[in-house]
Design a protein. Sequence first.
Lengths: 291, 130
Amino acid sequence: MASLDDLKKRITSVKSTQKITKAMKMVAAAKLKRAQDSAEKGRPYSEKMNNIILNLSSGISDKETAPKLLSGSGKEQVHLCVVLTSDRGLCGGFNANIIKKAKSYFVKLNKEGKELKIITVGSKGNDQLKRVYGNKIIENISFKNSKNANYFDAEKVGKIIIEKFQKEEFDICTIFYNQFKNVITQIPQAQQIIPLNTNGDDQNNSEDNYEFEPDEDEILSNLLPKNISTQIFKAMLENSASEQGARMSAMDNATRNAGEMVDKLTIEYNRSRQAAITKELIEIISGAESL
Amino acid sequence: MSDEFKIEIVNPEKTFLSKEDVIEVILPAFEGEMGILKNHISIISFLKPGIITVQAKSGEEKYYVEDGIVEFKNNNLSILTSFILNLKKIEKNKLHELLKIAEEESKKIEISDESKYLIDQKIETLKSIN
């Protein structure tokens, strides 16, 4: 059995850990509120963007001349996977979930004999993926310096992706991120952004006749690159809300566990203190008896 | 009969402006200025750098935009833009800063004619605000 001093030290150490996790939980809760807010406020933009593109693409009759960002390069050989993770740890299964989703996709691609290229956004994803897929990672982007997810960062990522697409470095692009459902549930998502998936429910839109100025093709070729950035921005917003949510619940659990541990240790401490007293008493009594 | 329609200006971060009593909107569309009144035909277009003028019952407001997409449908005007500023609230320093960046960019040789055109538009607009 550990000595009284050791037990005392452990109790204080667990208590101070508990203080840290409690503080982290509080910080995460405050940040979550903000991240959730901006995720909700950012939704109209991406929804509208999507709508316009759906309207436009349903108006395009000749798929062959459609911009490549919409119709794809005609091949499916090289896949680019953009894995969005956080830059900081201690957020429960947040990063692990995205990585797991991404890895299972990589394995599937491998089986099909496709070529794989990876871009990681956020350092945690890079740390975990470089062990196995180090040679596949072609770029690692990190926004450690920006406090919140902002559009300019998303645009940077978007530009890199489009540049690579124009150089024909890949055929299909998929992004991985966590969708924020609520504080305890985040759903890892895989979303294909190039070529764009337009098989959504566009029935109600197809009746409208739009006037285009300039013509559809030109608008589309201007719009599609923007849409990529928008989708990435949306993913980043969802991700940051998810990250804070995951951190909050992880820290809440940690605080609770620390509390349980303190209780357990305190009981053990009291018991051994009692045992020491009893032992001393016995020694005194038996000493007195022997006289 | 009222001749008002709805406008919604959205940027990636939030809904920037939403009004229901708009009478006329003048947009810097890519192929020239465009005025939109109620019952305009459904249209999709995109913007070049310039000034959006929103005339509403509650007053006239002007905004500076750098790019954007416009959709008008069923008397709903949606403008998606990644960079927008209210001219009333704009600060002089900020304007100078934007102008400086734009001028520097226009000096680069390797830019395409199209982006050159856009930047020139931007400089012109910014100068006209000053």
